[in-house]
Design a protein around this ligand. Sequence first.
Ligand code: 6PG
Length: 474
Amino acid sequence: IPAHFGIIGMGVMGKSLALNMAENGVPVAVYNRFVSGKEEKIATTFAADHKEFPLLKGFDDIHSFLSNLQHPRKILLMIPAGAAIDVQIDQLLSLINPGDIIIDGGNSFFEDSNRRSVILEAKGIHFIPMGVSGGEEGARNGPSLMPGGNSNAYGLISPYLKKIAAKDKQGKACVTYVGSQGSGHFIKMVHNSIEYGEMQTIAEVTHLMRKGLKLNPLEIANIFREWQQEGLKSYLLEITADILEVRENDGFLVDMILDEAGQKGTGGWSLITAIQNHIPYSALSEAVTARQLSSKKSNRAELAKLYNHQFRAFAEDKVLILSHLKKAYALTRIINHETGFNLMKEISDIFKWELDFSEIARIWTNGCIIRSTLMEELVDLYKNNDQILKDKKIIQRAKEWKSDLAYIVGLGLQHDFAMPVMSAAANYFFGKIIEDSSANIIQAQRDYFGAHTYIRRDDPEKKSQHTEWLFYKK
Ligand code: 6PG
């Protein structure tokens, strides 16, 4: 029987999705580029290693791979983002027919996906740029899927995607048609930005507990497990507790891991998108910057000596600090989600994508890296609100917890800790809720040195004004 789905690219994600499909009753063909003498026959070897799945077939030759696919062909690309995608699409274009469907399941930049949508649709090939989250485990047992692009083609592939996706609490698949063109890749990019913010916040909290409160990794893991039970359940907090518990000899594995963070680029892309479109995203900027700063370990070591840097332990009551810390962490998470969803709202308006935020939150409640009870709350919140910070329950919590966040940021800074995302969250929050901002001074300065003009508060017509400031100089 011809395969219902074809997958190109046998990296960890491609392989895991292929097994997921085969296990869920989808006849699937896999192909990986094979150059004799240079590369191994990855696809046929992989299929041969998985004889327990008779629905899985491997091909090392693109022609036989394509002729074994049911029409219209449904071809999922699981190859690295960037030029490799264009090269693969070019090759396919000469071999496939109008009506066939290409799905890009990698972490492609959404503007590239917009461009590819236009090119492919003009040739009659349907294009589905699709975000995939959940890492290897998710891909194998149920990822969160974010397909966008051609909606008719989505109709043809959705039964398959529903079979392999994670399921939400109601048993509904964590997949939805996101919107036209590259919107699926766009929301995956924002998913990763929220992921960056969540990860950095947990890192900051862990650091305060470790170096400021002098708790050991097991004690911190226990506190995180308590928080999990107390309304702060998230996959990332859970895996951090797991990580902290891994021992090595007399110590802990986490202490042996070099403190230089890597990044593949999606965080930076979101930041560029935010800046180009004048959308604030300081929490992400700080999360990306923190990773960049961390990667210069030898310079940090040199400067630490010059400045005699030492974390100073907290003298205040441990229990009290922990109770502030929990609320500060909770509020930072709310603000981190607010900035990510705000970016989605603004870009959705610009591209006229009409993104459904309740539905986006729903497909992120399982399968993906940022699944959490907060995400579950956002599903309902977005049914009644257009902004996280306008929700009654959020207002109540933020009013109470803002002093905890301010206290923790202050405490950390006073004891020589870096608090990048937590302090950015506090500043973003106040920047957003203060009616009387300091920007009148900025406008006056701009008008003073550059005649950039300003608008008067008492002018209903909002006309540009200029003052000859030097005339008033004493
Ligand atoms: C996911 C992850 C996944 C990937 C990150 C890592 O949703 O499954 O986000 O896509 O692991 O992109 O990104 P960095 O290497 O930039 O941390």
